[in-house]
Design a binder for this molecule. Structure first.
Ligand code: DX5
Ligand code: ZN
Length: 216
Protein backbone atom coordinates (compact mmCIF):
# COMPACT_ATOMS: atom_id res chain seq x y z
CA UNK A 1 0.00 0.00 0.00
CA UNK A 2 1.39 3.42 -1.03
CA UNK A 3 0.97 6.15 1.56
CA UNK A 4 0.84 9.82 0.54
CA UNK A 5 0.67 13.19 2.23
CA UNK A 6 -1.58 15.57 0.28
CA UNK A 7 -0.92 19.06 1.68
CA UNK A 8 -3.97 21.34 1.66
CA UNK A 9 -3.01 24.94 0.87
CA UNK A 10 -6.31 26.31 2.23
CA UNK A 11 -4.68 27.64 5.41
CA UNK A 12 -1.55 28.88 3.67
CA UNK A 13 -0.75 32.41 2.51
CA UNK A 14 -2.04 31.98 -1.06
CA UNK A 15 0.22 34.75 -2.29
CA UNK A 16 3.35 32.79 -1.43
CA UNK A 17 2.43 29.31 -2.70
CA UNK A 18 5.08 29.54 -5.41
CA UNK A 19 7.69 29.16 -2.68
CA UNK A 20 5.83 27.09 -0.06
CA UNK A 21 4.56 24.37 -2.43
CA UNK A 22 8.00 23.46 -3.87
CA UNK A 23 9.28 23.26 -0.27
CA UNK A 24 6.44 20.88 0.69
CA UNK A 25 7.19 18.66 -2.32
CA UNK A 26 10.95 18.72 -1.71
CA UNK A 27 10.26 17.64 1.89
CA UNK A 28 8.35 14.58 0.65
CA UNK A 29 4.73 15.69 0.27
CA UNK A 30 2.82 13.98 -2.53
CA UNK A 31 -0.05 15.62 -4.35
CA UNK A 32 -1.08 19.25 -3.73
CA UNK A 33 -4.67 19.35 -2.48
CA UNK A 34 -6.64 22.38 -3.74
CA UNK A 35 -9.80 23.11 -1.75
CA UNK A 36 -12.23 24.66 -4.20
CA UNK A 37 -15.32 26.18 -2.56
CA UNK A 38 -18.17 28.00 -4.32
CA UNK A 39 -20.09 29.59 -1.44
CA UNK A 40 -23.07 27.36 -2.35
CA UNK A 41 -22.11 23.77 -1.48
CA UNK A 42 -20.28 25.26 1.54
CA UNK A 43 -20.49 28.88 2.80
CA UNK A 44 -16.91 30.02 2.05
CA UNK A 45 -15.59 30.91 -1.40
CA UNK A 46 -11.92 30.05 -1.97
CA UNK A 47 -10.43 29.92 -5.46
CA UNK A 48 -10.94 28.49 -8.94
CA UNK A 49 -8.75 26.84 -11.57
CA UNK A 50 -6.77 30.08 -12.01
CA UNK A 51 -4.87 29.27 -8.82
CA UNK A 52 -3.95 25.83 -10.17
CA UNK A 53 -2.81 27.37 -13.49
CA UNK A 54 -0.65 29.92 -11.66
CA UNK A 55 0.83 27.23 -9.44
CA UNK A 56 1.62 25.10 -12.50
CA UNK A 57 3.95 27.90 -13.72
CA UNK A 58 6.07 27.49 -10.56
CA UNK A 59 6.07 23.77 -9.88
CA UNK A 60 5.45 20.50 -11.67
CA UNK A 61 4.05 19.03 -8.46
CA UNK A 62 0.99 16.81 -9.02
CA UNK A 63 -2.24 18.57 -8.11
CA UNK A 64 -5.75 17.43 -7.21
CA UNK A 65 -8.90 19.49 -7.03
CA UNK A 66 -11.26 18.85 -4.11
CA UNK A 67 -14.44 20.34 -5.56
CA UNK A 68 -16.72 21.52 -2.78
CA UNK A 69 -19.04 23.01 -5.37
CA UNK A 70 -22.52 22.40 -6.72
CA UNK A 71 -22.70 20.95 -10.27
CA UNK A 72 -19.01 19.95 -10.11
CA UNK A 73 -18.89 18.79 -13.76
CA UNK A 74 -18.92 22.48 -14.74
CA UNK A 75 -15.36 22.70 -13.36
CA UNK A 76 -13.84 19.59 -14.96
CA UNK A 77 -12.52 21.28 -18.12
CA UNK A 78 -10.87 24.15 -16.26
CA UNK A 79 -9.11 22.01 -13.64
CA UNK A 80 -7.98 19.49 -16.23
CA UNK A 81 -6.55 22.28 -18.39
CA UNK A 82 -4.89 23.76 -15.29
CA UNK A 83 -2.97 20.49 -14.87
CA UNK A 84 -4.81 18.57 -12.13
CA UNK A 85 -4.33 14.80 -12.40
CA UNK A 86 -7.07 13.92 -9.93
CA UNK A 87 -10.50 15.49 -9.46
CA UNK A 88 -12.63 14.72 -6.42
CA UNK A 89 -16.26 15.81 -6.38
CA UNK A 90 -18.82 15.46 -3.60
CA UNK A 91 -21.47 12.76 -3.84
CA UNK A 92 -23.88 15.25 -2.21
CA UNK A 93 -23.36 17.85 -4.98
CA UNK A 94 -24.78 15.91 -7.93
CA UNK A 95 -27.58 13.57 -8.97
CA UNK A 96 -25.27 11.85 -11.50
CA UNK A 97 -22.25 10.51 -9.64
CA UNK A 98 -21.83 7.55 -12.01
CA UNK A 99 -21.92 9.72 -15.14
CA UNK A 100 -19.42 12.19 -13.64
CA UNK A 101 -17.02 9.35 -12.81
CA UNK A 102 -17.33 8.10 -16.41
CA UNK A 103 -16.61 11.67 -17.59
CA UNK A 104 -13.46 12.00 -15.46
CA UNK A 105 -12.14 8.61 -16.53
CA UNK A 106 -12.82 9.38 -20.21
CA UNK A 107 -10.56 12.40 -19.73
CA UNK A 108 -7.77 10.19 -18.39
CA UNK A 109 -8.04 11.73 -14.92
CA UNK A 110 -8.10 9.93 -11.58
CA UNK A 111 -11.73 10.00 -10.39
CA UNK A 112 -12.56 10.50 -6.72
CA UNK A 113 -15.80 10.95 -4.81
CA UNK A 114 -15.91 12.68 -1.42
CA UNK A 115 -18.55 11.95 1.22
CA UNK A 116 -19.38 14.18 4.19
CA UNK A 117 -19.37 12.91 7.78
CA UNK A 118 -23.18 12.64 7.64
CA UNK A 119 -23.23 10.60 4.43
CA UNK A 120 -23.11 6.78 4.80
CA UNK A 121 -20.57 5.02 2.57
CA UNK A 122 -23.39 2.78 1.27
CA UNK A 123 -24.35 5.56 -1.15
CA UNK A 124 -21.17 4.71 -3.09
CA UNK A 125 -21.82 0.97 -3.39
CA UNK A 126 -23.11 1.21 -6.99
CA UNK A 127 -20.08 3.19 -8.22
CA UNK A 128 -17.24 2.20 -5.90
CA UNK A 129 -15.89 -0.36 -8.38
CA UNK A 130 -15.23 2.45 -10.90
CA UNK A 131 -13.45 4.81 -8.52
CA UNK A 132 -9.76 5.54 -8.21
CA UNK A 133 -10.28 7.10 -4.80
CA UNK A 134 -12.85 7.70 -2.08
CA UNK A 135 -12.34 10.78 0.08
CA UNK A 136 -13.87 10.20 3.52
CA UNK A 137 -14.26 13.66 5.03
CA UNK A 138 -13.15 13.63 8.66
CA UNK A 139 -14.56 17.13 9.25
CA UNK A 140 -17.55 18.91 7.76
CA UNK A 141 -16.28 20.64 4.61
CA UNK A 142 -15.74 24.37 4.42
CA UNK A 143 -12.97 25.29 6.83
CA UNK A 144 -9.47 24.31 7.87
CA UNK A 145 -8.40 23.86 11.49
CA UNK A 146 -11.45 21.86 12.62
CA UNK A 147 -11.53 18.94 15.08
CA UNK A 148 -11.25 15.39 13.72
CA UNK A 149 -14.58 13.48 13.76
CA UNK A 150 -13.83 10.01 15.15
CA UNK A 151 -17.17 8.51 14.05
CA UNK A 152 -15.78 8.47 10.48
CA UNK A 153 -13.33 5.68 11.36
CA UNK A 154 -15.81 2.85 10.84
CA UNK A 155 -16.73 4.34 7.47
CA UNK A 156 -13.07 4.25 6.40
CA UNK A 157 -12.87 0.59 7.48
CA UNK A 158 -16.04 -0.30 5.54
CA UNK A 159 -14.75 1.31 2.34
CA UNK A 160 -11.36 -0.41 2.73
CA UNK A 161 -13.11 -3.78 3.11
CA UNK A 162 -15.02 -3.13 -0.14
CA UNK A 163 -11.92 -2.02 -2.06
CA UNK A 164 -8.62 -3.32 -0.67
CA UNK A 165 -6.79 -1.95 -3.73
CA UNK A 166 -8.13 1.59 -3.98
CA UNK A 167 -6.84 4.89 -2.59
CA UNK A 168 -8.79 6.06 0.45
CA UNK A 169 -8.15 9.66 1.41
CA UNK A 170 -9.07 11.39 4.65
CA UNK A 171 -9.39 15.14 4.98
CA UNK A 172 -9.79 17.32 8.02
CA UNK A 173 -8.20 17.40 11.46
CA UNK A 174 -5.33 15.13 10.42
CA UNK A 175 -2.14 15.62 12.47
CA UNK A 176 0.32 13.34 14.35
CA UNK A 177 -2.29 12.73 17.07
CA UNK A 178 -5.00 11.47 14.69
CA UNK A 179 -3.14 9.95 11.75
CA UNK A 180 -2.52 6.63 13.51
CA UNK A 181 -6.25 6.03 13.89
CA UNK A 182 -7.02 6.63 10.21
CA UNK A 183 -4.09 4.48 9.08
CA UNK A 184 -5.38 1.70 11.33
CA UNK A 185 -8.86 2.11 9.83
CA UNK A 186 -7.46 1.73 6.29
CA UNK A 187 -6.73 5.18 4.83
CA UNK A 188 -3.60 5.64 2.72
CA UNK A 189 -3.84 9.26 1.55
CA UNK A 190 -3.83 12.07 4.10
CA UNK A 191 -4.85 15.65 3.51
CA UNK A 192 -3.13 17.85 6.04
CA UNK A 193 -3.61 21.60 6.12
CA UNK A 194 -3.38 23.78 9.21
CA UNK A 195 -1.18 21.37 11.14
CA UNK A 196 1.66 21.87 8.62
CA UNK A 197 1.90 25.52 9.73
CA UNK A 198 2.35 24.61 13.42
CA UNK A 199 5.93 23.22 13.59
CA UNK A 200 8.83 25.73 13.24
CA UNK A 201 9.33 24.86 9.57
CA UNK A 202 7.22 23.31 6.80
CA UNK A 203 9.88 20.63 6.46
CA UNK A 204 9.47 19.59 10.09
CA UNK A 205 5.71 19.50 9.64
CA UNK A 206 5.93 17.22 6.63
CA UNK A 207 8.50 15.01 8.35
CA UNK A 208 6.32 14.60 11.46
CA UNK A 209 3.55 13.19 9.26
CA UNK A 210 5.70 11.02 6.98
CA UNK A 211 7.38 9.37 9.95
CA UNK A 212 3.96 8.04 11.02
CA UNK A 213 3.58 6.09 7.76
CA UNK A 214 3.98 2.31 8.10
CA UNK A 215 7.12 0.94 6.47
CA UNK A 216 5.82 -0.48 3.19
C1 DX5 B 1 -12.03 21.45 4.42
C2 DX5 B 1 -10.99 21.02 3.40
C3 DX5 B 1 -9.78 20.40 4.02
C4 DX5 B 1 -9.10 21.30 5.01
C5 DX5 B 1 -8.15 20.48 5.83
O1 DX5 B 1 -13.25 21.65 3.78
O2 DX5 B 1 -11.53 20.06 2.52
O3 DX5 B 1 -8.85 20.03 2.99
O4 DX5 B 1 -8.42 22.32 4.35
O5 DX5 B 1 -7.65 21.34 6.76
P1 DX5 B 1 -7.11 20.88 8.17
O6 DX5 B 1 -6.00 19.90 7.87
O7 DX5 B 1 -6.62 22.19 8.73
O8 DX5 B 1 -8.23 20.27 8.92
ZN1 ZN C 1 -10.07 19.20 1.07
Amino acid sequence: MKYELAPSVLSFDLTSLSSSVPRLIAAGAGIVHLDVMDGQFVPPITFGAALASSLRKHTDAPMEAHLMVMDPERQFDAFQEAGCKRIVFHYEATKHAHRLVQDLKSRGLDAGIAINPGTPSEVLDAVIGDLDMVLVMTVNPGWGGQKFIASTLEKIARVRALRPDMDIQVDGGIDPSTIGQVIEAGANSFVVGSYLLKPPTLEEGVKSILEKFPLS
